[in-house]
Design a protein around this ligand. Sequence first.
Ligand code: HEM
Length: 116
Amino acid sequence: MNAHELNLLHFLHVIAALILAAFTFFAFAAAPETRRRVIVITGVASLVILLTGIRMWQGVLKFEPAGWVIVKLVCWLGLSALSGIAYRKRDKVNLLMAIVLGLATVAVGMVYYRPF
Ligand code: HEM
C-alpha cells in the first residue's frame, strides 16, 4: 500500500468515526421522525469505518491478529448499535452517552497506545 492510499484511508476512517459519533449524539435528542435518516447516515459511516479499518489492518499489519484491533472491532460493534438504541431508550440517555464516549475513547486509545 502506498503512502497516498494510507493517508486517504486514515482520513476517511477518522472522518467517518466523527460522523458516527456526531449523529449518534444527535439521535439522543432528535425527533422520532429523524430516525430513518440518522440510521442511514450512521450505517454508512459505520461501514466506511469498518472497510477502511480492514484495509489498513491488511495493508499495514497483514491481518496480524493484534489485540488492539480486536478491541477496536468490539468498540465499533457497540458504537454502530447505539444510534438505533438511542431512539428507543430515551430514559437511559445519560448512561448511553457515557457508553458512546467510553467506546470512542477506548477505540482511539487502542491505536495510539497499542497495549497488546
Ligand atoms: C468506531 C470505532 C473506531 C474509531 C473511533 C477508530 C479510530 C481510529 C483512529 C483515530 C486512528 C488513527 C488514524 C491516524 O493516526 O491518522 C485509527 C487507525 C486505525 N484503525 Fe481505527 N477506529 C475505529 C474502528 C476500527 C476498526 C473496526 C478497525 C479494524 C477492522 C480499525 C482499524 C484501524 C487500523 C488498522 C488503524 C491503524 C492504521 C495504521 O497503523 O496506519 N479501526 N482508527
